[in-house]
Design a binder for this molecule. Structure first.
Ligand SMILES: [Zn+2]
Length: 420
């Protein structure tokens, strides 16, 4: 893809520029992208070189890439299995389902989960990988994510591992396997990864282990991530994550914003979750004022929901200076939204932020650029590189995922038969 090394000018579109007060102000302007950075924002940019690619965006809104601060990409194959589960049901059937995964399942789950996210305008994801059964599973999952094109913090999580599925569950004795920290260290040693887009973090669900052991893990994570050189694309991010939040895991836990409303593998798109969170919060406020016979005012604004998945999401992951808004010097992570679709028409002209938060659907995401590279264009996901398989179009990737899904179902069915 030669064009990624050349300047591109995105011409005369409605661009959502965050102001210091976090309001997203629509401006009609051009944007110049060079390599993976936004280098100029101005109403009439002259193409700096003959080879500058000019992208006509006259009927598009350009927003910052959306940031999903809590996701389990490995569980893509489990979608649809938990739609009526309570959290307790999900924990047994879904959280522990890593027991039924082979390495290849982890790899394709991550790849396709990342593609699903990109399709919906997500350009950065904190990937909480709690399907950690063996080092090879982690390795394969990381491979799937790093080659997908997604910007990500990959956070393996020590997980209770099922030893045997009996009527009473038998777990492995070690909740944090002996190899876990060495594995984190090894992956951290591979940086920069995914051309600098992918970073390593730590997720943590083991709240039952002794405090001393948890502290040892956090200390080791700090040491591991701080000791390594940072990637050229995202300087200093590791030390910031760890020191700002005391531990890499807290970073993950703090950010369980809208998608934590459900006990299933977190649904998508993230903009839908922001919309849901806004309406849920408004409903609670409304109930509170009815219960107290007090007057109501609209405190939770549409732009707040938009900011949760853009600038505030970036702040939550310690990357506010790199992503989360459209500004000169920031990385080129952009989403192109259709202004004239039946859903967006009129709203997009009146208030582009309201159009995205309240009126958009997935089909309005016409294009996605991550780190200066097109990942979706003209409404279609572009091929991704799958480890060991080369570049693959969505149709072929989808077949691979379904194969994996059916194999997992087969393994689950065998256990059910054995329990009867
Ligand atoms: Zn979760």
């Amino acid at each position: 893809m030669f064009f990624q090394f050349f300047p591109r000018r995105v011409s005369q579109s409605i661009v959502l520029i965050h102001q210091p007060n976090n309001q997203g102000i629509p401006q009609r302007t051009d944007i110049l992208i060079h390599n993976n950075f936004i280098t100029l924002i101005s109403p009439n940019i002259q193409p700096p070189l003959d080879i500058t690619e000019i992208i006509d965006c006259s009927n598009l809104i350009i927003s910052p890439g959306l940031i999903d601060t809590h996701r389990h990409l490995w569980q893509t194959q489990l979608k649809g299995r938990h739609s009526d589960d309570l959290l307790g049901d999900y924990v047994t059937k879904g959280y522990l389902a890593g027991s039924f995964y082979e390495e290849g399942d982890a790899r394709i789950g991550e790849s396709v989960g990342a593609m699903e996210s990109m399709d919906a305008g997500t350009t950065m994801v904190v990937d909480h990988l709690h399907g950690v059964y063996t080092e090879s599973h982690v390795d394969a999952a990381f491979e799937g994510l790093a080659t997908s094109g997604m910007r990500a913090v990959f956070c393996p999580c020590p997980t209770k591992r099922v030893k045997r599925w009996l009527l009473e569950l038998i777990f492995e004795e070690e909740e944090v396997p002996g190899w876990f920290m060495g594995m984190l260290e090894e992956i951290a040693g591979r940086r920069p990864m995914g051309h600098g887009r992918a970073e390593i973090g730590l997720a943590f669900d083991s709240f039952g282990i002794p405090t001393g052991e948890a502290e040892r893990i956090f200390a080791k994570a700090r040491e591991t991530f701080d000791a390594e050189p940072t990637s050229p694309a995202l300087p200093q991010q590791n030390s910031k994550w760890v020191s700002a939040n005391q531990s890499a895991s807290i970073k993950t836990l703090l950010m369980s914003l809208p998608s934590a409303l459900t006990a299933t593998p977190h649904p998508h798109p993230v903009i839908d979750q922001a919309r849901l969170a806004l309406q849920y919060t408004r409903g609670r406020m409304n109930k509170h004022s009815l219960d107290n016979e007090s007057s109501i005012s609209m405190k939770n604004k549409t732009v707040d929901a938009f900011n949760l998945v853009t600038i505030k999401g970036a702040r939550a992951v310690g990357l506010e200076d790199k992503i989360g808004s459209i500004a000169v010097g920031k990385l080129a992570d952009l989403v192109f939204w259709d202004m004239n679709s039946p859903g967006m028409l009129a709203a997009a002209e009146q208030d582009p932020v309201a159009a995205i938060v309240h009126h958009s659907s997935l089909r309005d995401v016409r294009g996605v650029i991550i780190d200066g590279v097109w990942r979706k264009r003209d409404g279609k996901l572009l091929p991704v590189s799958l480890p060991g398989a080369g570049m693959m179009a969505w149709e072929d990737v989808a077949k691979e995922l379904l194969k994996s899904r059916r194999a997992i179902e087969g393994r689950i069915a065998k256990v059910h038969a054995g329990l009867r």
